[in-house]
Design a protein around this ligand. Structure first.
Ligand code: CTP
Length: 459
């Protein structure tokens, strides 16, 4: 019975009726909504000079038009936490298009504007990224849908569509009110206590990616989910249907979660909140994972100086996908990412073969098809000293070996085009792997001997 009622409630919630009544959803708030204002202008002085200067210019322009401009979201949260952040989110109460055009003109930078979403962006020098938005209200037609956007009446409504109270703090940027903090949802207290609190009971169902955003804040900054939010999160993970949620959106959040080294705090968190269910994956967080992650981070740190362009977030994510090969095979995804996600599944059968003493050319033959990320995954997941030694030996000594001669040289040496080309180049490569034929001259001489031996000369 309880379930039926719950389904009815959800059905009612995600229908047109509810869309019309959207304004009243604040009645469902889990938080007491009350405007608290405080002068926090000294806090803004903590910001780097270029951000401060930009905010002053943006605030002055808004004041000229007598429209409110707010600094919102992650940066406000991070000012309190003393964490550097160069992504700015601004919300404007008036005509965004005119404002953004003029602001770009004043700053002499390029801008983009999206009339449909009422959002814009400025890319400033020094890697400063500025997102601007008009006041917006958002509705979800079904769980996991992209939101429908319409203009909101005031900043409170705009804030109510957001994920956690710690992300609802805003600072006014207009002169006269410069640095005035608006805290409608008691976000400052939650921030001080390190609590992640959603704003209404449907929050995780509206947008399940908030679950991963929460896991990121929890594992990186040490926040914990407040009791009711934690219960609703668990309920969403056990009962919600994530089939309408796009793979792309979930991966975008995983990219943020895994962009930086994995913090050991993530593992107990993932046992408690199995976030990979958003991808319909059952991922067991085994005892071996923290150690493997630590090992992976050590290798990544070691390799960071080299120019391998390792897709770090994909590799970190892949650590959790070891047993999910079948499901991942069906994903529509960039093939290089998919290869990395599938690497362990595809190549684990190689591991026993690597548990032997292997000559350099045998070893290279087994591993040459693997990209760096795939090798790293096998390395940290493979058990046994010899397996690891072999993979490391290939990575460090053999992988980067390239021949100094090519097919053109063989042609110039009189070899007729045909299958012998590949055979001879392979033979030179094998000798090179064994530790001889370092120079181009040595390689050429060896190749020419082979050509003569095999009688491959042109008539
Ligand atoms: N937001 C949300 N649900 C999402 C994504 C974003 O409610 N799935 C809200 C959050 O309140 C967030 C704001 O939109 O503060 C802006 O989003 P974004 O720029 O992605 O996040 P940041 O504020 O920069 O926060 P973070 O630094 O944690 O990424």
């Amino acid at each position: 019975m309880e379930n039926i009622e719950r389904q009815d409630l959800l059905a009612a919630y995600y229908t047109g009726n509810f869309l019309e009544q959207g304004k009243y959803r604040q009645e469902y708030s889990l938080v007491e909504i009350k405007k608290r204002e405080r002068d926090l202008s000294p806090l803004l002085q903590r910001l780097p000079a270029d951000i401060l200067r930009f905010l002053e210019i943006a605030g002055d322009l808004a004041e000229k038009y007598q429209i409110r401009l707010y600094l919102v979201g992650g940066l406000v949260r991070d000012i309190f936490l003393n964490i550097e952040n160069r992504d700015l989110d601004l919300v404007l109460e008036g005509d965004l298009e005119t404002y953004i055009r003029e602001l770009a003109e004043v700053l002499k930078v390029e801008y983009t504007y999206n009339a449909w979403f009422r959002t814009g962006n400025l890319a400033l020098p020094g890697g400063l990224n500025v997102d601007l938005a008009g006041l917006r209200r958002e509705y979800y037609r079904y769980s996991g849908a992209l939101p429908e956007v319409e203009p909101a009446d005031d900043i409170l409504e705009d804030l109510f569509r957001r994920d956690y109270t710690v992300n609802t703090l805003v600072l006014i940027l207009n002169e006269g009110k410069w640095g005035c903090l608006l805290d409608y949802f008691n976000g400052l207290e939650d921030l001080r206590e390190g609590k992640l609190r959603i704003l209404h009971p449907f929050s995780f169902l509206d947008d399940p990616t908030r679950i991963i955003r929460g896991a990121r804040l929890a594992s990186k900054i040490g926040f914990t989910f407040e009791e009711v939010s934690a219960a609703l999160l668990k309920e969403a993970l056990t009962e919600a249907d994530f089939s309408h949620l796009s793979l792309e959106r979930v991966l975008k959040e995983l990219e943020l979660l895994f962009a930086t080294p994995i913090n050991p705090a993530l593992f107990p968190l993932l046992r408690n909140y199995p976030i990979f269910k958003l991808l319909n994956l059952e991922v067991e967080i085994g005892e071996e994972l923290p150690e493997q992650a630590e090992e992976l981070e050590a290798y990544l740190a070691e390799l960071s100086e080299k120019n391998y362009n390792i897709e770090e977030w994909v590799l970190r994510t892949a650590l959790f996908f070891a047993d999910a090969g079948e499901e991942i095979s069906g994903w529509k995804l960039r093939s290089d990412y998919k290869d990395i996600f599938l690497a362990y599944y595809r190549y684990k059968s190689l591991l026993p073969e690597l548990d032997r003493d292997l000559a350099a050319d045998e070893l290279a033959a087994k591993l040459k098809a693997l990209r760096m990320e795939e090798l790293l995954l096998l390395l940290v997941k493979g058990r046994g000293r010899r397996i690891k030694e072999n993979i490391l030996r290939y990575m460090k000594e053999l992988r980067d070996i390239e021949l100094k001669i090519n097919g053109k040289d063989l042609l110039a040496s009189g070899l007729k085009p045909g299958p012998l080309f590949r055979e001879i180049l392979d033979a030179v490569y094998r000798e090179r792997l064994k530790g001889s034929l370092y120079t181009r001259e040595e390689q050429l001489a060896y190749a020419r001997d082979l050509i003569r031996e095999r009688g491959g000369n042109k008539e």
